[in-house]
Design a protein around this ligand. Sequence first.
Ligand code: SF4
Ligand code: SF4
Ligand code: SF4
Ligand code: FES
Length: 994
Amino acid sequence: MADVSVTIDGIKVTVPKGTYLIDAARKAGINISNFCYLPGLRAYGACRMCVVEVSGRKGMETVISCGTPAADGQVVLTNSEHVREEKKRVLQALDVDHPVDCPICEASGRCDLQDYCYEFEVTKVGSLDRPKIVRPLERLSPFIDLDRDRCVLCGRCVRICDETIGAEALAWADRGVEAAIDTPFGKSLLDTACTSCGSCVQVCPVGALSSHTYEISAHNWEVQPTRTTCGMCSVGCQEYVETYRNRVVQVSSEDSVGVNDGVLCVSGRYGLDFVNHKQRLLAPMIKRDGKLTEVSWDVALDYVAANLSRYAGEQVAAIGSSHTSNEEAYLLQKIVRGGLKSNNIDHDARLGSTPAMQALGDALGYPAATNGIQDIYMNAGCVLEFNSNLYETHPVFAYNLQKNVRITGQKLIVINPLRTRLVEWATIHLAPRPGTELALLNAMARVIIEEGLNEADYVSSKVDGYEQYLASLMTTTIDEAANETGVPAEDIRRAARLYATGGKTEQQQEIKPPPVAANTSVPVSGGPEQGIGVPAMANSSQSAPTPENAGAASQSPAQVQAQATTPDPQYKASSIVYMPGVIARAADEANAVYALVNLALLTGNVGRKGGGVNPFVGQNNKQGAADSGCLPNYLPGYQRLDDTAAVNKFAQAWGVDALPTTAGRDLNTMYAGAAAGEIKAMFIVGENPVLADPEPERVKRALDNLEFLVVQDIFMTETAELADAILPAASFAEKDGTTTNAERRVQRIRMAVEPRGLARPDWAILADLGVRLGLKMDYRNPSSIFGEMVKLMPIYAGITYSRLDVARYLELVVPMPGAISYKQLKLQGYQWPVPDRSSKGTDVLYADGFGTHRPNLRVVTYTAPTATTEQMPLTLTAARSSYAFNMGTLSRYSRMLNIVEPDDGLRVNPADARRMGVANGAPIKLFTSVGEAKSKLIVTEDVPHGQALLASGQATRDDPIRATMVAHDGYQRPDSELIPDLRVLVARIEQDKG
Ligand code: SF4
Ligand code: SF4
Ligand code: SF4
Ligand code: FES
């Protein structure tokens, strides 16, 4: 892309041709005042507040800088007398109708109108020849208020809601002086596609839109913002926790900051009031005379240490959390391994993502996403979202993904039996019958090979097992797969071509191409450490493979192989994204991962920018808990227990003679051991298995059978109620540390408020407990724990707290109609492996090959799911909701999130409802092989005929189906009895007349 140079206020700056002047000025370090501009959104040109003078043919001309591309040699003045006068006029016009209510306005102190009036010396408000318009404050939703009289009509809210969130929940209403924003037909936002993300409030430059604060109102200059990493899901959004008088007041974000680029979701923005909840545990307790009694920390820790050490070895086990920090996960496993001489350490991801993540590790080397979030946005030509609902589970990733798809022409394949929200933007939606996904993935692989779209050179040089894999694929024709899955054969072929060619086969259907066609990013000179470049958009004139080219079903593997050619090198990469733990039936979860990896290997998409296989684990620190060693079969950093040198390294560093080297019990077998009396003591940190694990009664019985249970948590949970000792912990907003997001990025969490009552950060509790168990744990702070970790974990070796505090910049160039917008994305943190302090981290795993681990194309055998019958005619699956994050284990303590009544009915297609004679909204009974439950019927076209969808809502102990289905899917009963069809159950419903 050609560059142009302009001189702005005497500073020469060079930018890509087509860059708006307002962006060029930012690159020169000059911020041009504006109301309606937002980097990355389409230019709007509504406010004229961004006017500048530019040199033109007739001398200096006045233009709006947000809609005028920079021209080579141009001279620009942003603060001349003329410019200041123009801006003053704009402000005076705005002030005429604007209420002068700064003293009671929520935005006072961070209002652009207020600031600009000072900056441009607006001292008088103009007069009106009509009565001033006064409209009442309107509550748009339980989260958001609108004061139309304060609105400056910039349209930022409308555009961010449409372009970035994809919700289109706000629009313009009325005209002239009555013009204002509104919801469609004046509805509550909750009755629109609004996701309650709060982005509209965040970008409003004045006090027209405001969020309800959690509990205390304070002036903006009184609140203390602390930059931290969101504690909910694994996107790892950067946010500011704003506090006042040691209470969390609200959460805000900042444009161009973090992997989230300034956007948050409802959980991240409005769900953190759980920190202030009145049911927080405030003091340590131990059981005396059968009753939990408050005691001092010393008494509690002595009691816990004495009891845990009584059972040291095989009789003790611990469960860690996906919500604690890396340092805390590390200390917990250190206590169990070094202090209690046991490898019986696991964390809650066992019931969700661990099996799928370990399958990914088996297949490629690391149990982690291969690529990064920005890399996927910027470099993938096609994204395949597999059997997940990332718009609900990882909203901010999905928001930005849909934006990218709409702006850049990136292709999106959604594979899901259900019509999830991302389907709205999908190039193609494949809806296989639940449980038949493996047949579909195998069929796509067969199409890729038959049509010569596989990367033959890549496969032959880097991958084993091609012959057997090919032979296995040839046993099922595409038509047979279509028949089995219910997906039309031509759709299977189309999706396979899209995936294999990075979306190139459908470039001719490009949405209106912007004049500057490439979506690229350019490293900031001297600034960013991770510039991500992409080739220009592939030429659309090349013909796509046609169905006629497709190999005949009767071809032998050898014939098919002979046709394989090296694909067009201009193909962009394709990226696979999914949420592990929910993508297949329990017995198929690992195979589903292998089948996805097969597609990626076959097309050379592993080790490539914009490609890869990218699981989005559930909670914020699932990745970090596993990295830090909360696994029964790995030491921290995935070092093996049979690696004597590694074991000795840890033993020496921890000052212990020896460490156990046989793999411990995983979470399933811990419960089985507890039920059988083999495990006698358990230490559960930050988890509530009695609520969140499958078959809650079974878990409860196992825990009841223990001789000693200690729970360390922030709330009195259902699990804590069973404990012999309770240690009150600090929430993520009350401590320092690090967490690792879904793209392997290690980021800081920072203490924003003091812990409630006598609660203490988990790391501090664990350190004091460790000392009592004979370990040397003289940590001054989480940084010193991290210092020990990085010496022992090669994947984190080059990370330090001070490096994590240094911002790095990624320059993003976004095509816009008529021009381009670019912005510097401020990123922090490092994606592991970070082998040393000169390393900038690893944005793409395996870019240099697979080392000694040569991956296999694995044969993935498909077996048909349990068939429905006349008695059980529905196939039941579960869904998730962003309002009830992780089954509500945290969100149920959020007053804000609980205002929204969970939509937790059972959804069926209208045809099925008619056939069963049950009306929309009717109370029903649901019968399945794992139990029965009561619910209400929701009739919707979004669920295909023959299927039923149970929304996750917030699990309760008396709802065994939801607890079992939603909590996790790769579930094996503690007594080793496998439930193969847990995610996909056959079911029947009937009206509940009682
Ligand atoms: S909260 Fe989010 S989805 Fe709702 S109107 Fe505002 S920007 Fe749109
Ligand atoms: S409500 Fe705020 S963001 Fe929306 S148009 Fe008005 S001033 Fe702009
Ligand atoms: S819950 Fe996830 S997507 Fe939402 S703000 Fe937090 S990290 Fe971001
Ligand atoms: S910011 Fe340029 S016209 Fe509003």
